[in-house]
Design a protein around this ligand. Structure first.
Ligand code: SAM
Length: 243
């Protein structure tokens, strides 16, 4: 489990909230079961469940080790997703986290159907961050992707412009086979990958991304659903450069 070093004190760690729920209800851990905790400093702690109550789980630490190698993948992939409807964005966040996405930028695309503002937006962001945390835990990632909101394609493109490789998934992107285009490049430290919502990009959004140096690429002649496009491309990038 990924835990905070602040939760560890005097040889014990105790958890409420999501982590308690996951340990006690989902995995049904009980006193005497062993767990491996990893904190944000990269230290791993072998522990034994000491007590499980309705509200919290306490773990007694039996051994701790020096920082371990991180499981964060190289290159760091940022998925920039035009906001689609609820279940689609959740699929991208959950499966993208499993596939090793480093962070997610969600943006309000011109053709995004959901219109989120204020408290509603904040509560969705909290929910999305919980989905990512849960997926990171499930896939035994010791880091956790962040989910950031941008009000437009132009804002998201500008925020990601520092990436070494910037790809815009666009049905009408360059027809050169993607394999040939990517295979010749050295491994980028940071990749940004922009995907449109269900209705696709408006021309001005494609212009904004290309202005910031995004290369329009196609995944072939078949039109993929937005969530398929984001996840398929992430898997391709991991196949080429991931660890
Ligand atoms: N008919 C829509 C349009 O007019 O733009 C298609 C949108 S598609 C369902 C949603 C997003 O997935 C697109 O904006 C693009 O980013 C990505 N996508 C889908 N199929 C793709 C393909 N063959 N090549 C590249 N990107 C694709």
């Amino acid at each position: 489990f990924m835990v905070s070093s602040r939760s560890i004190r005097d040889g014990y760690a105790s958890y409420d909230g999501d982590l308690h729920h996951h340990m006690a209800r989902v995995l049904r851990l009980r006193s005497g079961d062993t767990v491996l905790l990893v904190d944000e400093l990269g230290r791993s702690h072998q522990g034994v469940i000491d007590q499980v109550t309705q509200e919290w789980t306490a773990v007694r630490l039996v051994a701790s080790s020096a920082p371990a190698a991180t499981t964060a993948t190289v290159p760091a992939i940022t998925v920039i997703q035009g906001l689609p409807r609820g279940e689609k964005v959740e699929l991208v966040l959950q499966k993208g986290t499993e596939l090793g996405v480093h962070d997610f930028f969600l943006f309000r695309a011109d053709r995004s159907v959901p219109r989120l503002n204020g408290d509603k937006l904040q509560s969705r962001l909290d929910r999305w961050q919980r989905i990512v945390a849960e997926a990171a835990r499930q896939s035994e990632r010791f880091d956790q992707p962040s989910v950031l909101w941008h009000p437009s394609a132009a804002a998201a493109a500008a925020a990601a412009s520092g990436a070494d490789l910037k790809l815009l998934l666009w049905e009408r992107g360059t027809s050169a086979p993607l394999r040939d285009k990517l295979a010749t490049l050295p491994c980028p430290a940071r990749i940004a990958l922009a995907v449109g919502p269900e209705g696709g990009f408006e021309a001005e959004e494609v212009e904004a991304f290309t202005f910031w140096g995004f290369m329009p690429v196609t995944l072939g002649e078949r039109i993929l659903r937005t969530e398929t496009a984001a996840l398929a491309m992430t898997a391709i990038l991991q196949y080429i450069w991931g660890d």
